[in-house]
Design a protein around this ligand. Structure first.
Ligand SMILES: [Fe+2]
Length: 191
């Protein structure tokens, strides 16, 4: 699911400044990032009020994605309880994220603060999502489903996807930092 946050234009400058400031004093974690900086995961305390508002939005997106899937199966929305945590990513030139899934989570998503491009025509480093059942695209009525899906980011956009989907981020080609905030939402009780 792709969605554009209505508060992005108001808050992205603050999010960018706070994330880059937090990076100055925190070494970050080594996760799926090859190069780049991955913040500690939590409740975006280092993003202040903008972080709190973004977290609320992430809960809304999680509910909306759930509602859409349940509707596809003819089921009404259910009041699931979520454990949600988020972290910031800053990729510099050449940095990327290797293929991975997010075990222990139901939904994952990435919000884009800044694509790090000087020239918007170049676009940002895409997110690449892979169907874990490759035989589906190759063997079962091939035109129906793609084997993978590529999403080019833009500031204010969030991509939400099931946490079991393998995904990776292409090497960043922009001159400025590519800044995103990712989250995991786990249905409680899990699964
Ligand atoms: Fe990821």
């Amino acid at each position: 699911m792709i969605h554009i946050w209505s508060e992005a234009a108001e808050l992205n400058d603050e999010l960018r400044d706070r994330i880059l400031s937090h990076r100055q004093s925190n070494a970050g974690e080594r996760k799926t990032n090859i190069g780049g900086w991955h913040s500690d995961a939590g409740r975006l305390e280092f993003c202040g009020d903008a972080g709190r508002r973004l977290l609320r939005y992430m809960y809304d997106l999680t509910d909306e994605a759930t509602r859409r899937v349940l509707a596809e199966f003819g089921q009404p929305m259910q009041p699931f309880r979520w454990t949600l945590y988020a972290w910031a990513n800053v990729n510099g030139p050449g940095d990327f994220n290797r293929t991975h899934t997010h075990p222990g989570s139901t939904w994952s998503g990435t919000y884009y603060v800044d694509t790090g491009q000087l020239n918007d025509d170049e676009g940002g480093a895409p997110l690449h999502l892979l169907d874990p059942c490759q035989g589906r695209a190759n063997m079962f009525l091939p035109p129906l489903v793609p084997s993978s899906f590529t999403q080019r980011p833009e500031p204010g956009m969030t991509a939400v996807f099931p946490s079991y989907l393998p995904h990776m981020v292409y090497p960043h080609r922009g001159a400025l930092p590519r800044i995103s905030i990712a989250f995991n939402a786990r249905k409680e009780p899990f699964p």
